[in-house]
Design a protein around this ligand. Structure first.
Ligand SMILES: Nc1ncnc2c1ncn2[C@@H]1O[C@H](COP(=O)(O)OP(=O)(O)OP(=O)(O)O)[C@@H](O)[C@H]1O
Length: 302
């Protein structure tokens, strides 16, 4: 288990982290979300020993993460960290050696990962000659080349084209299948929703929502119903008891139903205004859950 336990961090008077706690199980893909400046990078940097927490601890398998443990962590920093003049293959082998691999296996792993990230033909090129997206792939390969026990990746998908996203996603899912806990930060919430078994949303210095996307959905305040009545008179749902109109656009209405409200009453009201072509409960997307979590004043721990 990778545990982030009660992390506090202030930069001068800016109290960035106020008790950040979450756990990532072996084989779990954890999406770490939060607005710009919420403290995701700071949290990851603390795990990697690049920033010091004022309080709290990061543990792996019950042990505080120290330099020896960090050698077993594949990390992708937000600021990236490649040597521009070094060739792709040499660079990957170098990172593998840094993590303790011998020369032979390091060279083989470099070859394998260059190939897997679609960089096979660029192995002999200097990194600075590559496009930004391809440099990103090298950076990812550098995090994966030592077959780490844990992966901590700061916005690994940013800047990748759809093919790059797919090859990285597949590589990460494979790591999860090997039992590696993977935590990555991202603003691409559709991707997080698609890939992650668990999500943590950081806001106001702590995790305000965490769990599977299904769990986050079950803790949202109201249930939403989408009703389409193409010929409806505007505002038809205004008088339906327990229903609040969230949006209404040319007969396409989203309603939030208070607990205990009978959806059949809503259906009857809809039928009374015209022909109903769509009537279904609507699952909030992660984007909507995120907006809700970062704007809700009280903290919602799941
Ligand atoms: N070295 C530093 N010195 C002073 N303040 C810092 C330092 N590093 C980060 N901060 C501040 O800490 C806060 C959190 O920044 P951080 O980079 O961790 O957020 P983030 O969630 O990763 O944001 P983003 O999504 O924009 O990358 C910000 O207010 C930032 O200005």
């Amino acid at each position: 288990m990778l545990e982030f336990d009660g992390l506090y961090k202030a930069y001068d008077s800016n109290q960035v982290l106020k008790g950040v706690s979450f756990t990532v199980a072996p084989g779990q893909m954890f999406g770490f979300c939060g607005s710009n400046g919420a403290g995701k990078t700071t949290t990851m940097r603390i795990a990697m020993g690049l920033a010091r927490a004022d309080a709290g601890q990061v543990r792996w398998s019950g042990q505080p993460v120290d330099e020896a443990v960090r050698r077993r962590i594949g990390y992708m920093p937000e600021e990236r960290g490649l040597y521009p003049k070094m060739k792709v293959g040499e660079q990957l082998a170098y990172f593998a050696r840094l993590h303790g691999m011998d020369a032979g296996p390091a060279n083989r792993a470099a070859e394998t990962w260059a190939e897997r990230m679609g960089l096979g033909e660029r192995r002999g090129d200097r990194v600075e000659k590559l496009s930004l997206g391809n440099q990103q792939r090298v950076q990812l390969a550098a995090a994966l080349v030592s077959e780490p026990d844990v992966l901590i990746l700061d916005e690994p998908f940013s800047g990748l084209d759809p093919v790059g996203v797919d090859s990285l996603a597949e590589a990460l899912l494979e790591q999860c299948r090997r039992g590696v806990p993977v935590v990555f930060s991202s603003h691409q919430l559709d991707l997080v929703e698609r890939l992650c078994d668990a999500v943590g949303i950081l806001a106001r210095g702590s995790i305000v929502a965490s769990g599977t996307v299904a769990e986050l959905r079950s803790t949202t305040a109201g249930r939403q119903l989408r009703v389409v009545v193409p010929d409806a008179s505007p505002g038809w749902a205004t008088g339906v008891p327990g229903a609040r109109i969230v949006s209404e656009q040319r007969g396409d209405t989203v309603l939030e139903l208070a607990p205990g409200t009978d959806d059949q009453q809503v259906l009857a009201a809809a039928l009374a205004t015209g022909r109903v072509t769509h009537f279904a409960w609507r699952e909030p997307t992660l984007v909507e859950l995120f907006r809700d979590a970062v704007t809700t004043p009280q903290e919602v721990a799941a």
